[in-house]
Design a protein around this ligand. Structure first.
Ligand code: AMP
Ligand code: MG
Length: 356
């Protein structure tokens, strides 16, 4: 894509929302707009315009077989995108929309193949962010939007992260401050019964299980390495993801053993002349002493850990560390989404502490 000028529109209060009119025009005209959602920043284009959607793939360097999530502002818009809303999806819509839950439906024919990567299904979500909702509403079209990062990089949780990756590649970046949730939406396939969790995210597995006691969980959701014969149901799950430039190693196990193992590994890598970053929790950080130690949150504050996760990857890169040693968290509640991202960022370099 040729270099272009990227305009930044700041929207921090409700009174600023009219400034989105220009961004809405750009979407309608087939351009690209990065915008905040409650999960991460999205890179949006008119979901019904194949040429516009094609620009998303070019700007991100995203593999063409990885489908996009279509964002809507009202539940009624779903009926213009899908052929059927399964009965079991209705209570989920009522409870979790707007919010970080993406559902997979059978698609209507007019949705371009570019948007769904040729699949007969479409992923749809109604975000819970006033800027995202106003933009979709003003554009008057559904907005296809993956995360607004270069493919493979950590998802952006601030407009500055978006600009670091995509300045000159998109028309407009809307700056709405830091995003709230910090990890992407949960992806749930409701075209099958029982429904299948394809990607853990802002809505937890336990929250879904209150409505879907028979919920199935796809291989790979825990972020563990795919088996050789793994055929992902969600194309995005086969790609390395979320990775900073530094190598990431996740250390899992009881917290005392994790601390000890990280101290050992840090010493080992420093002896080899490497610059080590440690992703720590508030309770453990002091034990690591000097060096590049970032606190992502308390061990019981998984919402804070999720909110800080991707920003800390980018911060470590800015600090120029060669290797990041990250404490693992228990894969329950938001911990499942956190561990999925951490293990993938680590390319499955997982060290078990306190065993044998
Ligand atoms: P991203 O927007 O980059 O966070 O990625 C969206 C995720 O949703 C990817 O993992 C996609 O593979 C997944 N996805 C999008 N559409 C579909 C679909 N029709 N069926 C299954 N997974 C999908
Ligand atoms: Mg992404």
């Amino acid at each position: 894509m040729s270099k272009q000028e990227t305009r930044v529109i700041s929207v921090s209060r409700r009174e600023d929302l009219p400034a989105l009119a220009e961004a809405a025009r750009v979407i309608r005209g087939g351009g690209l707009v990065a915008f905040p959602t409650e999960t991460v920043y999205g890179l949006g284009a008119n979901a019904l315009d194949p040429a516009a959607v094609g620009k998303i793939f070019v700007a991100k360097g995203r593999p063409g077989d990885n489908p996009l999530i279509v964002h809507i502002a009202r539940e009624g818009e779903l009926d213009r995108l899908v052929t059927r809303v399964p009965d079991r999806a209705r209570p989920l819509l009522a409870r979790f929309w707007p919010g970080p839950l993406t559902l997979i439906f059978p698609k209507q024919d007019h949705i371009p193949a570019e948007t769904t990567a040729g699949l007969p299904t479409v992923a749809v979500r109604m975000p819970a962010h006033p800027v995202a909702l106003a933009l979709i509403d003003m554009a008057g079209v559904p907005i296809a939007a993956p995360s607004a990062n270069l493919s493979g990089r950590p998802s952006p949780t601030t407009a500055q992260h978006v600009l670091a990756d995509l300045a000159g590649r998109v028309d407009i970046v809307i700056d709405g401050g830091r995003t709230d949730v910090g990890v992407e939406s949960t992806v749930l396939d409701v075209t099958v019964d029982p429904p299948v969790l394809l990607r853990p995210g802002g809505i937890t597995r336990e929250e879904l299980e209150e409505f879907l006691p028979d919920l199935q969980v796809d291989t790979g959701v825990g972020g563990l390495p795919p088996r050789e014969d793994f055929r992902p149901r969600s194309p995005g799950m086969k790609y390395t993801h979320y990775a900073p430039e530094a190598e990431v190693v996740v250390v899992e196990g009881p917290v005392e053993a994790v601390q000890e193992k990280i101290r050992d590994l840090a010493r080992f890598y420093r002896e080899q002349g490497l610059k080590v970053g440690i992703m720590a929790s508030r309770e453990t950080a002091a034990a690591y002493g000097e060096g590049e130690v970032l606190v992502v949150g308390g061990r019981d504050e998984l919402a804070s850990v999720a909110a800080n996760l991707f920003a800390s990857f980018r911060r470590f890169d800015a600090l120029g560390v060669d290797i990041i040693l990250a404490e693992g968290f228990e894969a329950v509640g938001l911990g499942l989404a956190i561990m999925n991202r951490l293990r993938k960022a680590a390319g499955y370099r997982i060290v078990k502490a306190g065993e044998g």
